[in-house]
Design a protein around this ligand. Sequence first.
Ligand code: MG
Length: 407
Amino acid sequence: MKITRCSTAVVEANYDYTYVRIWADNGQYGTGECFFAPGLSAALRDMFPLLIGKDAREVDRIARHLWRKGSGAGAVAGYLYNAVSGIEAALWDLVGKSYQVPCWQLLGGKVRDDVRIYVDCHAGDNTESWDTMLDPREPAWLKAALAGKPQHEERYEPEMYFNRARQMVAAGFDAMKFDIDSIVVLTGEELNRPLTHAEMDRMVACVKAAREGAGDAVDLAVDCHWRFSPTEAIRIARALAPCNLLWLEDPCPPENFRDVAEIRGLGIVPILTGENLNRRHGFWDLITHRGCDLVAPDVQKCAGMLEAKRIGELAEMQGIRFAPHNISSPLGTMASAHVCSTLPNFVALEFHGSDVPFWNDLIVRPDVAGPVIQKGRIPMTSAPGLGCELNEAVARQYAKPGESWFE
Ligand code: MG
């Protein structure tokens, strides 16, 4: 099963969805997805010659070869792992389709038949799109989606959190996440300063409103995007404790895992972190020191599906749960779901595309009709590979200008 050809395509959605397609000499191909990064397509094009002629079935051997060949450009971490992750998933899809088995089977077999999804609700506010350096942009679909829709003049109002939570419960979700860190941006000074009483009050009011909207039977998490010092994070954790959160995410800057470990050790609220770490090695200190309650590797970034599974198993050995970060299209979400279906310590997988009007239409599943996420779950079936195909008739309409389309 020799690799004969590799190519990329990019969809400009709420983020860039970067796809990798790999063909083999048996006539089959597989498709994977990478987490966005500046210069990602160029990095992929530089990696592709290393794959030609390799046996696609030797997925781990190829992935490790890429780790080593990228050593001069980042070694143990960095955006080359976004590229490796997409290639690795494409190989699993290709191998699964060639042997007519689902990827969950290749990863050891599933321990559940559907994968629970938690929906990201931002700060309860408007639809947005971000470029590779996280600057806001307005592709044509977003302009159309926003046209004629009332925009929120006010931001971070409890009523918005309440309404958004209600809306997501009605859509069938029983787990959801809201941002609270962006509230402090209102004052124009966003990083690592003491919070004012007014800011704390507003955060608590917003999360309480989300809890009220969601109801007591729904799991509610809160994301801080690395914004606070340990002292401030402890204040926040204490203030939000009555809301019984599923987790408090990334309360402190990521450079020193001891910051979050300290908060975790207080036992006020479960702590989740890890979305920007690569490979097992990036998670090692965090997991071995029990620095968090839940790890959140991003399957499109951490080095791939098998590596995410290994990270989940390391976490399991320390009593740490697994709740992957995910901002990908439904194709990457399916890759993540295959991993989640095989891990006993899995809690919930992120869904970040509820505001992207074409999100559901980007893939087709051969044996499942209707939306990708059904009643807050992704049903796992025996369809081979990732169990889906990119719907190119739809996806191509949103192709990013200047990028190739599987050439
Ligand atoms: Mg996050």
